[in-house]
Write a protein that binds this ligand. Structure first.
Ligand code: LLP
Length: 429
């Protein structure tokens, strides 16, 4: 049970509300957002990454889950923000997020995106490559602005995670490679770009990482680079952004470290390395996405058809699927589920939970233990808060479910259910 979940009268509640009540009020499929847990996670990060004490920064990675409501919450909690597109930037603007607290990422920012970022005054562009350096400098020249930037560095760290979400290794589409001198070359060329001001360096080593070790290696490598820049080029790098990727619990076998441990170890390591190298400690930045929202999100579905193939498998189908959660089909991600109306019943059978898409691969959970199931039961899949809603699609023209925030017995819609009108609004008659 995550966050504010508890079991009352054999029924699962979140934010003190029974799932059956949520179903009655909003229907299924439905994303539920445990606001208390999200806020607690933000506060844990802010506290243990020493934001007040040392001036470090925590930037929420918008890509994980980013409705306007979430953006406002992030601002209220005092975090910075990492965006990667015009769309995320636009959302931040609508939510009136302070532009100077935005980091703009992306390996192929378009000219329009660059213009928009410069015009709105985003705090830092995380420059990924030479092409972007040229474009950004030109835009800034035209607009007579000086832009603070970071360089995105590919540090050559291979963290153990799914290959699609690994990013720190040498063979990556992201960033200036460290090992072949690309970073140094970019620094040497900096003088050419009169409208850009290099204030920091950034790396992101991957996602859903449980080990602290790769992060400590990253700290060492990146501080080493800062030291070299000072010695060789007399450039003072004041900000070090270590990216996100801290792992969360989805299902048995996942062993994430508490936020506190991650943060404290990173902060401590940076202190030590700076002492050894005898350099000034830069402001540290981290960019968690998943670990702020994943466990705070759940999806409830209604069980429909049940197909029992004797001695082979029992398929339990629900009224959503890969359209609201692509992660099982895309990454073979594993989740846990529970029948919310039979929360304490013994889990005495093995079933496979299938979605409703016209595709055999639309399986949400394979071979999971479950209590006696009947059509009409409410099935909750836990930890769907990150990269669920944000990666949802309209495949088969299935409508995107709404998101409802729950807190202390109150619920409210933060994203409405899509309508058929929404579905065809871009289509010409
Ligand atoms: N910073 C940068 C530069 C990133 O590229 C990412 C994630 C993050 C921060 C946040 O990482 P997080 O703390 O959320 O792990 N769709 C995939 C995850 C892709 C992550 C891409 N970058 C999934 O569903 O697992």
């Amino acid at each position: 049970l995550h966050g504010s979940m508890s079991i009352v009268d054999n029924e699962l509640t979140i934010g003190k509300i029974k799932c059956s009540e949520l179903k009655k009020k909003y229907n299924t499929p439905l994303y539920i957002f445990d606001e208390e847990l999200v806020r607690n996670n933000c506060r844990e990060y802010m506290k243990h990454f020493k934001v007040e004490e040392k001036g470090n920064r925590v930037a929420y990675a918008a890509k994980a889950f980013f409705p306007v409501y979430m953006c406002k919450l992030i601002d209220e909690e005092g975090l910075y923000l990492d965006v990667v597109s015009e769309g995320e930037l636009y959302t931040a603007k609508v939510a009136q997020f302070p532009m100077e607290k935005i980091l703009f990422h992306g390996n192929n920012k378009t000219l329009e995106e660059i213009k928009m970022g410069v015009e709105l005054g985003v705090g830092r562009f995380v420059v990924d490559n030479y092409y972007e350096l040229e474009l950004l400098n030109q835009v800034c020249e035209q607009k007579k602005k000086k832009q603070d930037i970071y360089f995105r560095v590919t540090p050559g760290i291979e963290a153990h995670t799914h290959e699609y979400i690994q990013t720190g290794q040498v063979d990556s589409k992201f960033g200036f490679t460290l090992s072949n001198g690309e970073v140094h070359k970019a620094v040497e060329n900096l003088k050419k770009y009169e409208n850009l001001n290099l204030v920091g360096i950034h790396a992101h080593i991957g996602s859903q990482i449980f080990d602290i070790k790769p992060y400590l290696d990253e700290v060492e490598i990146m501080l080493g680079l800062i030291n070299e820049m000072k010695k060789n080029y007399d450039i003072e790098i004041q900000e070090l952004d270590l990216g996100g990727g801290f792992g969360v619990y989805y299902s048995e076998g996942d062993n994430p470290k508490p936020i506190k441990e991650f943060c404290e170890n990173i902060v401590k390591k940076a202190d030590e390395v700076c002492r050894v190298l005898d350099i000034k400690l830069p402001v540290l930045i981290i960019e968690p996405g998943r670990s702020i929202v994943a466990n705070a999100g759940s999806t409830i579905y209604t069980v429909g058809s049940i197909k029992d193939i004797k001695d082979v498998r029992t398929y339990v189908s629900v009224d959503g699927g890969m359209t609201d959660n692509i992660r099982p089909s895309l990454y073979e991600a594993r989740y846990e589920c529970i029948l919310t109306n039979k929360a304490k019943n013994p889990k005495n059978q093995k079933v496979t939970i299938a979605g409703k898409c016209c595709e055999s691969g639309d399986i949400l959970l394979k071979d999971v233990k479950m209590s006696e199931v009947e059509s009409g039961d409410i099935l909750l899949v836990s930890s769907t808060g990150a990269y669920g809603y944000s990666m949802a699609s309209n495949y088969n023209k299935i409508l995107k479910p709404p998101v409802v925030s729950v807190l202390n017995g109150e619920s409210k819609i933060i994203c409405k259910r899509q309508t058929y009108e929404n579905l065809i609004e871009l289509e010409l008659m």
